[in-house]
Design a protein around this ligand. Structure first.
Ligand SMILES: [Fe+2]
Length: 288
């Protein structure tokens, strides 16, 4: 009865290229779906703690966010011991919940960091390469060998306001979309993909990620839908295979997990297989 604690609040895209069997949450994540755990924020934080989290500003001009690193138990972007303790506690509580929710990733999912972001998404800065309000994939650095997939658990910690995303297609759908494929292959003709090293999935995703952000065709023509996340709700996505952009929202807690390739459940349709197949064909076409 794994799905009993899942609240579906918005229908996702139907990926016609993928099997319709969605009995496993892990497979749905790997397909690029959003998952909505119906966990209660009240059971994790009291209202004073939430107010502290939502009002805390990062130190200095260089940090837009505050992050907690479970590996060393330390914060980056703030010296607050109160925030360090709070994020340390929440990282343990939510890691336990994720392990129960995603049993097929047992022993193969690792919490890398917890990010507290109190910047209004609609006004956040950054260049086109870094901005989150364009359709993009998350390509994170810091994975250990064999860890190439990124799962992001988000929580809208704002007490009253919604957070708004646009959700685009999954990587699998993108790679079979004729307009997107033409754009991605066009980049290959300039030799853009040639220096990817063998089986380096992260490098391949990075290349695709740069093209996605820079392509006007992809930014303007690829279908997407608006998804509204209620105040104090949780959602989960494999954000390196689920195109997304953040349009609005001012307080979010994001837990970034790495998942090992060997634990993936979707076989030939997993991101490593899709990427290897796309890159070998794009490089052949570029050479033709
Ligand atoms: Fe993102």
């Amino acid at each position: 009865m794994q799905h009993s604690n899942i609240l579906k609040i918005n229908r996702d895209f139907t990926d016609s290229s993928l099997p319709s069997d969605s009995s496993s949450l892990e497979i749905r994540l790997e397909k690029g779906d959003l998952i909505y755990p119906s966990w209660s924020l009240d059971s994790i934080f009291n209202s004073d703690e939430l107010k502290v989290l939502c009002s805390h500003k990062p130190k200095g001009l260089w940090h837009q966010t505050i992050s907690f690193h479970p590996k060393n138990g330390r914060l980056a972007g703030s010296n607050s011991k109160e925030i360090e303790t709070l994020l340390g506690r929440v990282s343990k509580v939510l890691m336990d919940k994720i392990q129960v929710l995603l049993p097929k990733y047992e022993g193969a999912i690792r919490l890398d960091r917890v990010v507290l972001n109190n910047v209004e998404a609609a006004t956040s800065g950054g260049t086109n390469i870094a901005k989150d309000d364009v359709l993009h994939l998350d390509t994170l650095k810091g994975g250990l060998p064999g860890e190439t997939r990124v799962v992001k658990l988000s929580c809208n910690i704002n007490l009253t306001n919604t957070r708004v995303w646009e959700k685009g297609p999954s990587l699998a759908s993108l790679l079979v979309d004729s307009r997107a494929r033409a754009e991605l292959i066009l980049r290959g003709k300039s030799g853009f993909y040639h220096d990817h090293s063998g089986n380096n999935i992260a490098a391949m995703l990075e290349k695709i990620g740069v093209t996605l952000r820079q392509s006007e065709v992809i930014q303007k023509k690829i279908p997407r839908k608006v998804v509204v996340f209620p105040a104090q709700s949780f959602w989960l996505a494999m954000t390196d295979v689920c195109l997304h952009s953040t349009l609005r929202g001012s307080n979010v807690l994001e837990l970034m997990f790495f998942v090992q390739d060997q634990a993936l459940c979707s076989g030939d349709l997993s991101a490593p297989c899709l990427l290897q197949s796309f890159f070998s064909s794009a490089i052949k076409q570029a050479a033709a």
